[in-house]
Structure formats: structure tokens, C-alpha cells
Write a protein that binds this ligand. Structure first.
Ligand code: AP5
Length: 224
């Protein structure tokens, strides 16, 4: 399947995209992760996006679209992918539609994880990530208490753009520039909306069920 994850910052897109990627056997492609990796390794891309990411602003469309197109051309994305954090503007959605139409492989569905703003802020404030492997943990997880990643033992830190001030800016940017993307996919009859205010496994089950009419006919390996 070719899927897009939509929702407020902190809605749980990355959490669900990771689980779906395992369930469906297709890669999760996160533009946020790609930018953070570039920042950490101080590449030319990292230098280009630094100011935007740190301020909670969007990276320019031209840069982001080129990065995603390059990533989608990799062999592991041939049989499907989950885009997490892209598209984030209507021009990005249009560019993606045109690229995939040229290949005859359109997006199957866009999953909108619906949470309210205060819950999103609460989740962002509680989030800790492993500084070594990037694993994400939410408030209340034993790893957050211990300050250590249970997957690799690395120290947990707060994302630099997870301060309350930057998170509020990201929410505003979302309302101005990304929410119209939800309407873009609704108009294309490809939108699936799930209540993201519930526990992680419940949200996942709802997403899987909601994707059935869009071509999900079972678990990974069941697809023809
Ligand atoms: P990006 O990394 O995409 O950030 P985001 O959209 O703001 O999303 P988040 O990663 O904050 O949240 P999420 O929805 O993935 O939630 P998560 O699963 O972690 O982008 C960062 C920056 O990069 C942007 O600001 C921009 O500068 C740039 N950028 C990226 N893409 C771009 C693009 N296309 N164009 C231009 N610029 C771009 O969950 C949050 C927390 O809640 C976690 O701690 C998690 O454990 C917990 N949690 C998850 N689900 C639940 C649940 N059901 N119940 C309780 N807790 C939960």
C-alpha cells in the first residue's frame, strides 16, 4: 500500500507509521527524521534546514519535494511505503500526486489521526527520544523514568523543537499550511479519519480496519 499519515504535531503519526510499517512490511518514510539526521550529521542538507526546523517552520517545498522524490525512487519503496510528515502543504500534495501518477501508482489512502490541540501539546511535552537510535517514548513509559532507551541503552533526550513555545508555533503552522492537505485528500475520496485520543493499540486496530475498503486485504504477506 501507498499511505500518507496526517495529523497535528504529536498526534501519533510516527508511532502508528512505525507499527504499520512492521505490520505491512513496507518502509516508513519520515521527512522529520530525514531532516533531524541531516542536522545531527551536519550535512549540507542539515545546514539548509536548521533554521526552519529549530523555529518550527516548514522547510521550503522545493527542497522537501526533491528529497522525497529521491527517497521514493529507492528499491525498498517500489511495493509500497508510508509517508510520515509529508505532504505538509497543498503544493507538496500536488507534486506527490503528479509524481505518482506518472508512475501509475497513486496514493491509496491518507490516514488522518484526529487529536485535540491540548492532547497534542501534552504528548509533545512528554515525548523523549533516544539520542543514539531515535526510538520514541511517551510520558509514563518506564524508559522515560529511567532516562535510558530499552532498545540500545542510549540516553533519552527531548527533541529541540519540543519546547512548549516551538510546539505551539508548529501547531499554528499546521493549522495554516497542513490542515488544507486533509481537505485535499478528502476531495480525492482517499481520506480515512481515526480518533487518535485512544491507546496506541486501539488506534492501530482502527487504522487497519479503516484501510480495508482502500485495498488492505490482510496482514503483511497476504497481499497478492
Ligand atoms: P516531524 O518530525 O514530522 O514532526 P511533527 O509533524 O511535528 O510530528 P511529531 O513528530 O511531533 O509527532 P507525531 O505525530 O509523529 O507523534 P509521535 O508518534 O512522535 O517534523 C519536524 C520538523 O521538520 C517540522 O516542524 C518542519 O520544520 C520539518 N518538516 C518535516 N516534514 C516537512 C515537510 N513535509 N515540509 C516541510 N518541513 C517539514 O507521538 C508523540 C508522543 O505521543 C510520543 O511520545 C508518543 O510515544 C506518544 N503517543 C503516540 N500515540 C499515543 C497514544 N495513542 N496515546 C498516548 N501517547 C501516544
Amino acid at each position: 500500500m501507498r499511505l500518507v499519515m496526517l495529523g497535528l504535531p504529536g498526534a501519533g503519526k510516527g508511532t502508528q507509521a512505525d507499527l504499520l510499517a512492521k505490520e505491512l512490511g513496507i518502509p516508513r518514510i519520515s521527512t522529520g527524521d530525514m531532516f533531524r539526521e541531516a542536522l545531527q550529521s551536519d550535512t549540507e542538507l542539515g545546514r539548509q534546514v536548521k533554521e526552519y526546523v529549530e523555529r518550527g517552520e516548514l522547510v521550503p517545498d522545493s527542497l522537501t519535494v526533491a528529497l522525497v522524490e529521491q527517497r521514493l525512487s529507492q528499491p525498498d519503496a517500489r511495493d509500497g511505503f508510508i509517508l510520515d510528515g509529508f505532504p505538509r502543504t497543498v503544493p507538496q500534495a500536488e507534486a506527490l500526486r503528479d509524481t505518482l501518477a506518472a508512475a501509475g501508482k497513486p496514493i491509496d489512502a491518507a490516514v488522518f489521526i484526529d487529536v485535540d490541540q491540548e492532547e497534542a501539546i501534552r504528548r509533545i511535552a512528554g515525548r523523549r527520544v533516544c539520542s543514539q537510535c531515535g526510538a520514541t517514548y511517551g510520558a509514563g513509559a518506564p524508559e522515560v523514568e529511567a532516562g535510558r532507551c530499552s532498545q540500545c541503552g542510549g540516553p533519552l533526550v527531548q527533541r529541540p523543537d519540543d519546547t512548549e513555545e516551538t510546539a505551539r508555533r508548529r501547531l499554528q503552522v499546521y493549522m495554516d499550511q497542513t490542515h488544507p492537505v486533509v481537505e485535499f485528500y478528502r476531495a480525492e475520496n482517499r481520506l480515512v479519519t481515526v480518533d487518535g485520543g485512544r491507546d496506541v493499540p486501539e488506534v492501530l486496530a482502527d487504522i487497519l480496519e479503516s484501510l480495508r475498503p482502500f485495498g488492505l486485504d490482510g496482514r503483511a504477506g497476504d497481499a497478492p
